[in-house]
Structure formats: C-alpha cells, structure tokens
Write a protein that binds this ligand. Structure first.
Ligand code: ADP
Ligand code: MG
Length: 248
C-alpha cells in the first residue's frame, strides 16, 4: 500500500499560519531523515512553526539536552516533539526490549490525537526500509477508560512509544511491574494541565521509575510555579528554555 501518496493534500486543513519567519530554519536544515521530511511535506507541514523551528534542532542536538517549550495553544507543539522522537527511533521498531519513548498527557482525547499525528508522519518511513527488513514503530496508547487486560497485552508486544495518561500508566507500572528503565525520551505535554488536574504525585512516581540518563521535554502553554518546581526536580539542571510569547 502506498500510504504516503494517497494522503497528499490532506494537510491543507492545517490551521497554523506561517506568520513572520524570523531567524531562518526550515525542516530541511534540521537534519531530519528524507523520508520523514517527505512525509511532513505530503501532509502540508512545509514550514516549521516558531516553536518547531527553535525546539527541534535543540532536541536533536548531542549530547541530548532537556527542554522546556512554552507557546500558546495551536502553535504546533505536538510536532515539535514528535518529529525528533521519530527521528531518534530511526522511524522503525527496535527489537531491544523496553519502551524507548514516553509521552505523558492529561487526557485520553489528547493522547488519541497525538497517536494519530505520530502514526501519520511516521508512516512514510516504513516503505523506505530496504526490502521490508525493518518494522514500523510500535505505538501503545495507555489511557483510562480502556480495558486493562488489553493494555497488559499491548505492553507485552514491546512497544517503542507509549502515549499515556499518568494515572493509568502508573497503575500498569505497579500491577505489571513494568520496567521503564529503557526510556530515553520523555515528554510532558500540556504540562500545565497535568498539574491543574492533580497528577503531580503520580508524575513524580513515574519519574522515579525512569532512568536518570534520559532526555526530558516539557511542553506547556503557561508556566505556573508548581510546574517550575517540578521542572527543577525532574529535568537536568540547565534545560533549554524556548519561550514564545503570545504574538509569536
Ligand atoms: P499545540 O499543541 O501547540 O496547541 P498542535 O500541535 O495541536 O498545537 O498544532 C495545532 C495545529 O497546527 C494542528 O492542526 C497542526 O496540524 C497544525 N500544524 C502544526 N505544525 C504545523 C506546520 N509546521 N505547518 C502547518 N500546520 C501545522
Ligand atoms: Mg498540544
């Protein structure tokens, strides 16, 4: 199936206007793999938004550095962390055991949305893998309101990426004795809402289960004090701060 070709033009609905372009920087200049680039363009993501332009090169820098990305709703934060995530996974499933990337978000609806975008832009890569030798990235959605047995089974399939709400993931981690020590890339999306909704204690418990040599990214529309304190505890000492004010 030529999934990539069939969806061209689909991105025309995308709402973000390019706005004023400051400081140059295109997706092409970010060292993104050609199949991922092609996948972005085919979906109408031709020009990075300001948060993407600043966050993606920084996230992909080595050695990996933590990042706090603050920008208003609708500014394109999802792709700001999904593009580097897919790039880091080389667009394919890894047979080494353990979850490699973890995205935490406050609601089931948001998790579903992230999954949809992630699968969509990662899809193009699979067809480029020589002779079908490598397998596409495996995604797992771990949110409340779904059957626990199905989620246990899902976690047993060795997913590369887990998109989760904190309560359900922690429940699974405890009940399954889920090993999260292979996680290298952690995203807190809508981090301000994660805190407003009282997930702080669960997030801390999850953090304690992650290895310390991970890359942690925190995305938010606002930066309340509780979040700053959490970032101080859960992120490296000097995370990169990308802060775009309302007019960006
Ligand atoms: P946020 O998480 O900051 O609220 P989203 O990641 O949900 O924003 O993106 C908002 C909208 O912008 C979505 O419809 C998305 O498809 C679109 N979008 C994101 N990045 C781009 C881009 N580079 N070019 C065009 N549209 C984009
Ligand atoms: Mg968002």
């Amino acid at each position: 199936k030529r999934a990539v070709a069939s969806t061209s033009g689909k991105g025309k609905k995308n709402k973000v206007a390019s706005g004023t372009i400051t400081g140059g920087g295109s997706f092409q200049s970010m060292g993104i793999h050609p199949s991922l680039l092609r996948s972005l363009v085919l979906r109408g993501y031709t020009t990075p938004t300001p948060i993407q332009r600043q966050a993606i090169p920084s996230i992909l820098d080595s050695p990996p550095r933590d990042l706090v990305g603050m920008a208003r709703t609708g500014s394109g934060k999802t792709l700001a962390y999904l593009i580097p995530l897919i790039q880091r996974l080389n667009g394919r499933h890894s047979h080494t055991v353990g979850v490699k990337s973890l995205i935490l978000c406050p609601s089931r609806e948001l998790a579903l949305q992230i999954l949809k975008v992630g699968k969509e832009i990662a899809r193009g890569w699979k067809s480029d893998n020589e002779g079908g030798q490598s397998e596409a990235i495996r995604w797992a959605l771990i949110v409340g309101g779904e059957g626990l047995d199905e989620q246990f089974a899902l976690m047993a399939t060795n997913p590369d990426v887990v998109i989760a709400t904190p309560g359900r993931l922690l429940h699974l981690a405890v009940e399954m004795n889920l090993d999260l020590k292979a996680v290298q890339y952690v995203v807190f999306d809508e981090a301000d809402r994660l805190f407003e909704m009282g997930f702080a204690a669960q997030l801390q418990e999850l953090l304690d289960r992650l290895p310390t040599n991970r890359q942690t990214l925190l995305f938010s529309a606002t930066l309340p004090k509780s979040l700053v304190d959490f970032a101080r505890a859960g992120l490296q000492e000097n995370p990169k701060l990308v802060r775009l004010d309302a007019d960006s």
